[in-house]
Design a protein around this ligand. Structure first.
Ligand SMILES: [Mn+2]
Length: 287
């Protein structure tokens, strides 16, 4: 199948700089391997706001960016979209564009955080903490003006979470979102967790969007992310889980890899891992 690879060069969703460069670097790597890459960027006059008390930081820039990303994906409905972030706010556009094309999909959100805040519950005002709630149409409608179709919370699964804000947890409970924490993975075993995740995400849907936040991995293996969280998945666990995703590639209709931040990376550990993840996916899709 033909791929649509978009380098989503933005870090407007987080006060830490660098995720925009991550998207750019991954795009350049793939371009050298003869892939066609579409680069999306914020306007050159964009100045990122970092004021802690502003709980809607950079919302206009994020909405403009996501509007363009959404339309770019919709204009290529017969290709498999691979979106390289960028901070996690870009997944609002990638997941909802895929949902529009395939008419009702599920979502697996692989992440140390649950990204389920609203403008009422966010502590930081960093919009990369809100995307999954927006994708479910739970408040956050200011972030989804380009669409009115959402992914059903019933078909939404989070895997690898270990940092959930107290009010964010209430949002998850209200929407009955299935969350597998890192401890759940260790207790239940990753194959049981993945089986259950695919069951939830494929139940009466036309496919699954996989959103892979590199901070799900322990920072000792993937230090190059904007908001690292200790006690994450080991490299071995991550690759085993990822292999199960790849074994289920026929169910996956779109993919994004987000939050790689070269400014925080050590010895290119995270870069090399990100490239490995993308290359394995490309082999599966294009063969
Ligand atoms: Mn995330």
């Amino acid at each position: 199948m033909q791929t649509l690879i978009i380098s989503a060069c933005t870090d407007a969703g987080v006060h830490i700089d660098g995720a925009n460069l991550g998207a750019y670097n991954l795009g350049k790597y793939l371009e050298q391997k003869n892939n066609k890459i579409i680069y999306l960027k914020n306007p050159s006059n964009f100045i990122k706001e970092k004021e802690p008390t502003n709980l809607r930081k950079n919302i206009t820039a994020i909405n403009n960016f996501n509007n363009e990303l959404y339309n770019t994906i919709l204009n290529n409905p017969n290709k498999f979209p691979i979106i390289l972030g960028g901070d996690h706010s870009i997944s609002i556009a990638s997941a909802l564009a895929s949902n529009k094309i395939h008419q009702n999909i599920g979502i697996i959100w692989f992440d140390a955080h649950t990204d389920y805040n609203t403008f009422k519950t966010t502590i930081t005002g960093n919009i990369h903490g809100l995307p999954l709630a927006a994708i479910n149409g739970f408040y956050n409608k200011e972030l989804t003006k380009f669409t009115d179709n959402y992914i059903n919370p019933k078909n939404t699964v989070i895997i690898g979470a270990r940092s959930i804000d107290p009010l964010e947890k209430e949002n998850l409970i209200k929407n009955n979102i299935k969350v597998f924490t890192t401890n759940d993975i260790k207790e239940l075993g990753f194959s049981n967790v993945l089986n259950e995740a695919f069951k939830i995400a494929t139940n009466n849907t036309n496919g699954v969007h996989l959103s892979f936040d590199l901070d799900v991995i322990d920072p000792s293996f993937a230090p190059g992310v904007s908001i690292p969280e200790l006690n994450g998945l080991s490299l071995e666990e991550t690759l085993k889980i990822y292999n199960i995703f790849l074994d289920n590639i026929s169910k996956i209709v779109s993919f994004d890899l987000v939050e790689y931040n070269p400014l925080k990376d050590i010895n290119n550990k995270t870069y090399n891992l990100a490239i490995d993840i993308i290359n394995k996916l490309l082999i599966k899709i294009t063969k």
